[in-house]
Write a protein that binds this ligand. Structure first.
Ligand SMILES: Cc1cc2nc3c(=O)[nH]c(=O)nc-3n(C[C@H](O)[C@H](O)[C@H](O)COP(=O)(O)OP(=O)(O)OC[C@H]3O[C@@H](n4cnc5c(N)ncnc54)[C@H](O)[C@@H]3O)c2cc1C
Length: 385
């Protein structure tokens, strides 16, 4: 990755070479655009490397909750777009035979408390929105999957991946389609009518017709989101235990605001995460909490799946920002013409990265979408339902 050693101009500059930047670069070079991707680190070292990479189309806010916040029509179109995004990403990866160990999976949305009625109501809303899924009552869930919860929604259309391999594969494809990858740290931004300029810490400048910010959780100060919350998440991977995995390698997560999430891996491990915390943000403090958070994850995993041997080979933490409505921040940056934001937060970060690549590519081509209102950077907080 060559460092920027002189000022230059390009058509599109993408800042950030994680999974979002890689998807953006692939999409835009496929459209025949001249693309430069810049990162201050090696590619795919940010939150992409920490991701448990469950590619859910179900959003952190249930359709019922989101409908109360923004209305059923809008909530339904966000869910439909999310479902389509996972499907289209699967198709792209299949057609281009990309690495990334992307596998189609069902998801199991488990009742957290003794309350299965809210899940039945959630499924009714989903059916009304044309979304797939089946309700499993306690007995059926226990018999078919072995989870002793009050109920669950079983849905098709999700996927799992190796996030670093997937991002690297997409980036390599973008490079083969003409993108260039450079090393540089963006520290200042300026926008004009016809272009935007980024200043680097080296003192150099890059002028681009369009700049896309795909900087993950390192958000430049020109972005002033109103509904964004900074948090951290912790995850563990057990030792291989193929004999102890749950049926069909379903992706599991819970119907609560601070949910736990889990999946199995091809080499027979269980990956389990959660214990999100808005008070432990600094990387050192976050990492110091790993032993304690891992103990809590072990207790939650044992309670949920008593067959699991809770010996961990890997334990890690990462930034896991969220928004009040569970939707991403995608679209034009207010007051900064020609600069776009691609921030897919929460448990669907990667699904939203794909949507960002579609929506911003369309914007650059002069097309819009009602989803850009739903994902607007400075949308007002809908409040909790
Ligand atoms: C523990 C954990 C579990 C998760 N699980 C899931 C999950 O199961 N499913 C899911 O969909 N999502 C999940 N996520 C969220 C998901 O990982 C993120 O949404 C996704 O990785 C974001 O990718 P990104 O490319 O936008 O950001 P990043 O991967 O963080 O990449 C941003 C890049 O921008 C670069 N950069 C930043 N600032 C600058 C600058 N000023 N100049 C130049 N370069 C810069 C960084 O160096 C970095 O390489 C999880 C996250 C965590 C932490």
């Amino acid at each position: 990755m060559a460092a920027v050693v002189s000022n230059f101009r390009c058509d599109i500059l993408i800042i950030g070479a994680g999974i979002t930047g890689a998807m953006m670069a692939e999409r835009l070079t496929r459209q025949g655009r001249d693309v430069v991707v810049m990162d201050r680190e090696k590619p795919c070292r940010g939150s992409t490397a920490a991701s448990t990479a469950m590619l859910l189309w179900e959003i952190d806010r249930s359709l019922s909750e989101l409908s109360v916040m923004i209305g059923f029509e809008r909530a339904a179109r966000c869910y439909q777009a999310s479902l389509r995004a996972v499907n289209e990403l699967m198709r792209l990866v299949g057609e281009r035979r990309l690495p990334g160990e992307l596998r189609s999976r069902q998801s199991l949305y488990l009742a957290r408390e003794d309350d299965s009625r809210s899940l039945r109501e959630e499924l009714e809303q989903r059916v009304r929105a044309g979304l797939p899924g089946t309700f499993l009552d306690h007995r059926t869930l226990l018999e078919n999957f072995g989870f002793a919860r009050a109920g669950a929604i079983l849905s098709p259309g999700a996927a799992e991946a190796d996030p670093v391999k997937l991002a690297s594969g997409l980036l390599s494809l973008a490079l083969s389609q003409g993108a260039r990858l450079v090393h540089g740290d963006a520290v200042a931004f300026d926008s004009g009518k016809a272009s935007a300029t980024v200043g680097l810490d080296s003192g150099h400048e890059i002028e681009a017709r369009h700049i896309v910010l795909a900087t993950g959780y390192a958000m430049p100060s020109i972005i002033k989101p109103t509904i964004h919350r900074v948090a951290s998440s912790w995850a563990v991977a057990t030792t291989p235990q193929p004999q102890n995995l749950w049926r069909d390698d379903v992706l599991i997560w819970e119907s609560s605001e601070d949910y736990h999430y889990g999946r199995t891996t091809a080499d027979g491990r269980i990956i389990f995460g959660g214990e999100d915390d808005e008070d432990l943000i600094e990387p050192e403090a976050r990492d110091r909490a790993i032993p304690d958070k891992s103990r809590r994850l072990a207790a939650e995993l044992s309670a949920l799946w008593p067959r699991a041997i809770v010996d961990f080979d890997y334990q890690w933490s990462g930034t896991f920002d969220t928004t009040d409505d569970g939707l991403p921040l995608i679209g034009p940056v207010p007051r900064a013409p020609n600069i776009y934001a691609a921030y897919g937060y929460g448990g669907n970060g990667i699904t939203f990265s794909y949507l960002a690549s579609e929506l911003i590519a369309a914007l650059i081509e002069g097309r819009s979408s009602p989803l850009l209102d739903d994902f607007a950077i400075e949308r007002s907080s809908p409040g909790h339902p």
